[in-house]
Design a protein around this ligand. Structure first.
Ligand code: GLY
Ligand code: MN
Ligand code: MN
Length: 436
């Protein structure tokens, strides 16, 4: 991402904010994992979106029209002793030199400086509720300003949700963002291919997970975008299964939901394939229904269609398929109306995708599904999950299938960013046979 891109995003936000305003955004906290060990730090997505600055203990401030600079970063000071242990710090000079901040102050001075930056503003853009400790500071500073207003000083009159403005900006991806997302999806597709080539009966789910991580890392994606789901057989029916510690069995399916994060952008791909490389007739029938549902849903991704149309298309094909196989009985329209499919398909067909795997952005505007527009990216992920209900033939028991792709809305329709990961039955079987 270029510095110009970050500057453009800040400008867009400041245009929305207007004059007499200030935005305050603290970065994420470092979370302890266990004694002396922290989880790897990941910047708050909004913080990274506006700055590319990825150090903990930092606060970003935007003040449209400020004479001495609109973009301010509070961050840690350089400290050679600490840097020897914990790594490089940009410091105030780096924040200005490398990240184009107009001004930068030590984070330790926040309490002294920030109230002064807020005092002559009408509107404060800040999101309450994300960080209770920082909320307390904000409340303290604002109270202090209010008290001072009794002696004739000005204090802000409006607190406005910062996140909501940013969500709308983040929903529409720029060409640079799309490039990163395409890269994340391509690296992830390679990981799924590697997993298919590696898988065979007797291997453990975590061994397959290791192959995914290897391929992510090899492509510079240092972290999965979310914990990988590697579920064989009945584990494929647990939607958020992440134990990944079972032995893979002959004649079972393996469901893998795994995507890499690249430059803070997520891929989110699911593939389901036979552990031994060959679908059984029963698996084939169910799989083809999910695949057809996915194709129908992807076809519905185009400008002018509303958010729910891909879901409706998937539900139609899934329900028709379930009736054809005898897993549901009755009239298709009535079954859809009654949501009978929910016994086997209990989640929705997708979500926005971006810096967060379940990315930001409203799905409805004024209580109606919003229209799809070029630059939006969403997942399309129908599935069928059949545990062991008594009324269902045993041949279907413990079959979990999901097929998930990442789809960009384009002017002409859509582009499937994750298209490199095979999903046709013949392609999967040929790939797996070739690896043996
Ligand atoms: N990987 C999470 C999801 O598919 O929504
Ligand atoms: Mn998803
Ligand atoms: Mn997923």
């Amino acid at each position: 991402m270029t510095k110009k891109e970050f500057a453009k995003r800040r400008q867009k936000l400041m245009d929305i904010m207007g004059p007499d305003s200030i935005a305050v955004l603290p970065n994420s906290l470092v979370h302890p994992r266990n004694r002396d060990v922290d989880f790897p730090f990941r910047s708050d997505s909004n913080f990274h979106y506006l700055s590319g600055f990825d150090e903990p203990e930092s606060v970003l401030v935007l003040i449209p029209g400020r004479e001495h600079g609109e973009f301010i970063i509070f961050c840690r000071e350089r400290d050679l002793d600490k840097e020897i242990w914990d790594g490089y710090r940009a410091g105030q000079e780096g924040a200005i030199g490398m990240y184009d901040a107009d001004d930068s102050y030590p984070i330790a001075d926040l309490d002294d400086i920030l109230p002064g930056l807020m005092e002559d503003k009408e509107k404060v853009y800040y999101t309450m509720g994300n960080q209770p400790a920082f909320d307390q500071h904000m409340v303290g500073w604002l109270n202090h300003l209010r008290q001072a207003s009794r002696s004739g000083k000005h204090s802000p009159t409006e607190i406005i949700e910062l996140e909501h403005c940013l969500n709308e900006l983040r929903l529409f991806k720029s060409s640079q963002e799309i490039k990163s997302m395409r890269y994340a999806a391509e690296a992830s597709a390679k990981a799924h291919i590697r997993a298919m080539q590696f898988t065979e009966p007797g291997k453990f789910e975590y061994e397959v997970e290791a192959e995914l991580i290897h391929e992510f890392m090899k492509h510079g994606c240092r972290s999965p975008a979310y914990p990988s789901i590697v579920g064989g057989g009945e584990n494929g029916c647990i939607l958020h299964y992440i134990e990944n510690n079972s032995k893979l069995k002959n004649n079972d399916l393996l469901l893998i939901d795994a995507g890499a994060e690249y430059q803070c952008y997520a891929a989110d791909i699911t593939r389901t394939f036979p552990v031994n490389g060959k679908f059984t007739p029963a698996q084939r029938e169910l799989y083809q229904i999910v695949l057809d549902a996915q194709y129908a849903a992807i076809e519905a991704v185009k400008p002018g269609n509303h958010w729910n149309q891909p879901h409706e298309a998937a539900v139609q094909v899934l329900t028709e398929g379930l009736v054809k196989l005898g897993l549901l009985q009755g009239n298709v329209d009535k079954l859809i109306e009654d949501q009978a499919y929910r016994e086997f398909y209990m989640h929705r067909t997708g979500h926005w995708l971006g810096m967060d795997v379940h990315d930001v952005g409203d799905y409805k505007i004024d209580c109606t599904w919003r229209l799809l527009e070029p630059g939006m990216v969403l997942t399309v992920e129908p599935g069928l999950y059949i545990r062991d209900p008594e009324h269902i033939d045993k041949k279907w028991h413990f079959t979990g299938i999901r097929i998930e792709d990442d789809v960009l809305v384009t002017k002409e329709g859509h582009e499937v960013l994750s298209a490199d990961a095979p999903k046709e039955i013949d392609d999967i079987e040929a790939l797996m046979a070739g690896a043996r």
